[in-house]
Design a protein around this ligand. Sequence first.
Ligand SMILES: [Zn+2]
Length: 361
Amino acid sequence: MAAPKIFISPAKYVQGADAIGELGKHVYPLGRHALVVGGNNGLQSTRAGRVLSFRENGVTQTEEVFRGESSDAEVTRLVSAAQAANCDVIIACGGGKAIDAVKATAAQLGLPCVVVPTVASNDSPCSSLSVIYNDDGTFNRLQFLGRNPDLVLVDTRIIANAPVRQLVSGMGDALATWYEADASYRSGATNVPGGAITQSALALAQLCRDTLFEFGVGAKLACERHVVTPALERVVEANTLLSGLGFESGSVALAHALSEGFSAIPEAHRHTHGELVAFCLLTQLILEARSHEEFSRVYEFCRAVGLPTTLAQVNAEPGDALRRAAAIAAEPGRPTHNLSFPVSADAIYDAMLAVDAISTL
Ligand SMILES: [Zn+2]
């Protein structure tokens, strides 16, 4: 029997300017004493609204400063902190790594998980998996948690006051969502929960892409001026909700596999996940021989919002290191092979050089 279709998502998604003032209302049904985990910025930017809304709704909290790495050691430490304080709900206030560590902590404790992203830089908040790193920051594994967050709450005023590079990085991650889901669907690949891909996931992924093309530049301008506009609202939703649902119930392909390959290039480490995914998406589109019109649309979008379109912009150059990145992406079992045709390391390497050459036209 063919795998049945599966679609997964967080139980509740809340988004809006000053939405942090509603946090207590939405947490109350999940737990009464929260462990709140974040870096100093994440804790600080959410504190006023969080504390007030908790007081209004009879929720108490213990704050715990995140130590910076989503590692097994940090998850073990957070599990102990939650047990020591007798917490019955775990909340992340911060960026990707704090969110990943909190999701893993809540899963280990079997407690409800709440995510309050303070940047819109990636598609982690809504998903049922955590990236676990070694203590030195190198990649360890993807941990499948078997459960999505119970609540994701995004305050767009907090996002508007975060660095614009974070928002643009989120657009890079979100831009790849439809192209990777579409490729995976056409090849019959399974998605993160191990099912076939629904039409719903494809439609959401397509809306994600179209939202970026329509409102991406406007959202960037709004973030630069720290104002909340309808364009910013739509792009935050695309980066956080649509991208999250799209990649998880859709699936990823070469763009994400190659971005992991870039971890072999130390100089590329200073780039965000989304920046690398954007360049790797252009590489995927070249390999897929997408039409000139479609490729140009993605390429020009990247240039318009400031996502990398050349090797120099991801601190890479032709040579052994780049070949290593391509070789990692081509390893058996990588989502590269969700494309419907065989892909070799040489083909990936050549496609990266082809992307790079476009800027010289
Ligand atoms: Zn991603």
